[in-house]
Ligand binder design. Structure first.
Ligand SMILES: *[C@@H]1O[C@H](CO)[C@@H](O)[C@H](O)[C@H]1NC(C)=O
Length: 213
């Protein structure tokens, strides 16, 4: 499993204007890559902000997106910070399911067309994370051996953050999704018919990934 990088999470959780920066894992079909839909995916579907922006911003400040390839291999600590701050993780980094549901639904106030979609996404993603527990533990041990002096954050945190946001986007209600906007139907097909990874709907950043801007 290769998680989408932290900057995509930031983008999902915080801002609809940032450009995604993602590197391609090896097992993605070439047909999924280097697409240019010429449209901002969040123009096609304006997903609601699910998390408290103050919390996310604080965590991004404490744990900025990776600057080099080495950092990209490691699970992002920004997500773990969000899980801690929202108390979705308890002190032992076990997921509190009820708290997770409450946190992701909180800002919707129950009324929007999104409430059902978000609820289902959270249930699905918590189940998925549970099923991957052993894989996460294995990954963490391997990374700790590879980077003995460094702090390795929980792979489950980034997984849950990514999963919820991606599943919610993929289930964008027909009443919200802008089929009439050029590029949007192609994005829908790319995700839901061709089953391409979420990050591939964003333009790939050219040049040196480590470069700041
Ligand atoms: C999250 O909380 C745990 C337990 O208190 C702590 O060990 C860990 O360092 C925290 N992670 C982050 C990214 O702040």
């Amino acid at each position: 499993m290769k998680a989408i990088v932290a900057s995509v999470l930031v983008l999902l959780a915080l801002s609809h204007t940032t450009r995604a920066d993602a590197s391609a894992p090896d097992d993605v079909p070439a047909t999924c890559l280097n697409k240019n839909f010429n449209v901002d995916p969040f123009e096609c579907c304006k997903t609601p902000k699910l998390l408290d922006e103050t919390v996310v911003k604080q965590c991004v400040k404490s744990y900025p997106p990776p600057q080099d390839v080495k950092d990209e291999i490691k699970p992002d600590c920004m997500s773990e910070c969000v899980m801690n701050s929202t108390q979705i993780f308890d002190r032992r980094q076990n997921v509190n399911d009820a708290k997770a549901m409450e946190t992701f639904l909180e800002k919707l106030n129950g009324k929007s067309v999104w409430a059902d979609i978000v609820q289902k996404a959270v249930m699905q993603c918590l189940d998925d994370a549970d099923n991957r527990k052993e894989e996460f533990n294995r990954d963490m041990k391997a990374l700790q051996q590879r980077f003995p002096k460094e702090r390795i954050c929980s792979p489950a945190a980034g997984f849950i953050m990514e999963c919820v946001h991606v599943v919610v986007y993929k289930n964008c209600p027909a009443s919200v999704f802008k089929d009439s906007l050029t590029g949007c139907p192609a994005i829908k097909k790319h995700l839901n018919v061709d089953n391409c990874p979420f990050y591939t709907i964003f333009p790939e950043k050219k040049g040196n990934k480590a470069k700041k801007h």
